[in-house]
Write a protein that binds this ligand. Sequence first.
Ligand SMILES: Cc1cc2nc3c(=O)[nH]c(=O)nc-3n(C[C@H](O)[C@H](O)[C@H](O)COP(=O)(O)OP(=O)(O)OC[C@H]3O[C@@H](n4cnc5c(N)ncnc54)[C@H](O)[C@@H]3O)c2cc1C
Length: 330
Amino acid sequence: MHIVVVGAGLSGLIAARELSAAGVDVTLVDKGRSVGGRLATRRIGDARLDHGAQFFTVRTPAFQRQVDEWVERGVVSVWNHGFGGPTPGGLGSAVTDAAQDSGDGFPRYVGTGGMNAIAKDLARGLTVETSTMAFAVRENRSDAPTRWHVAIDDGTQRDADAVIVTCPLPQAFALLVDSGVELDEALFRTEYDRTIGLLATLDAAPAIAPSGGVQNADAVFSFIADNASKGISATPSVTFHANPEWSEAHWDDDAALDALITAAQPWLGAASIVESQLKKWRFATPRTVWPDPCWVTCDDTIVLAGDAFAGPRVEGAHNSGLAAAHALLR
Ligand SMILES: Cc1cc2nc3c(=O)[nH]c(=O)nc-3n(C[C@H](O)[C@H](O)[C@H](O)COP(=O)(O)OP(=O)(O)OC[C@H]3O[C@@H](n4cnc5c(N)ncnc54)[C@H](O)[C@@H]3O)c2cc1C
């Protein structure tokens, strides 16, 4: 049994690990230069910034087991127990966590070396081909015993008895259009919110309350994270995520970076931006979630997984990857 997993984001990595632990031969292919997908961390100078997922929560026993194991090995740690809303008038002053934090008490976890370090840890020991873009999954019509060809954009192919596709659904649809698999139309009408992010290194600490994050900050930003407070950057640096409406409206706007820098000023306090970069996520978060944790063809040889199935967050991607592996192992 040889399985190809398209996409080495969290769901693909979890699926591959589970299959590999069961003795299945698995190859992951990812178009990115590194594993992780939306678990992404970037260096700017000496600073380190998460620029995709910022943190995660745990609601299900399956994910709790994984997180406990990560905590034990130091792969993840608790960042805080909630952010509360924005604190008008509190900016730049000594706002305490108690004053700012609505404090639901649930831990918010982060990757100890950045969110991408979680993906790198999962990839250890797996066969992963990065910078490898799949462009079609086709049925094998030759005499070879394997059922599927995964065509790669360099003209090569990977043969597989079964394929797990974990990229965002519009990309999955493009891959499977020539596969002969009858796909549920509703799946591919799934729309995704976009996110434009501003990554900024600073010359001093920002004016963000000690919890280190601000949710639904203002009319522009849906989330602001102080990477120093997360423990991943000794150099002051902040990740600003514009909300879906702002991101959609400014997607092709050449002035988006300048507009975000202006919008960021109230959150900087006395600090100034040293260096800034823009990051665009076309498929940031699915707007709707499929009712099952993965989608499987009736012959159990093609599985679709990812955060559009078990929830638009880190935990959903994990649980969907697990479900995909179990669907093939059953
Ligand atoms: C800006 C932003 C902020 C977020 N914040 C949070 C948060 O704070 N908390 C939280 O829980 N969640 C958050 N999320 C959501 C979370 O990151 C995702 O739910 C999760 O990481 C999705 O994992 P995945 O494996 O389903 O998909 P992905 O991580 O997208 O993995 C899919 C992989 O497929 C690869 N791929 C795509 N097409 C091809 C192809 N043709 N060939 C080969 N490879 C291909 C991609 O390179 C990618 O690596 C955020 C997401 C974004 C974008």
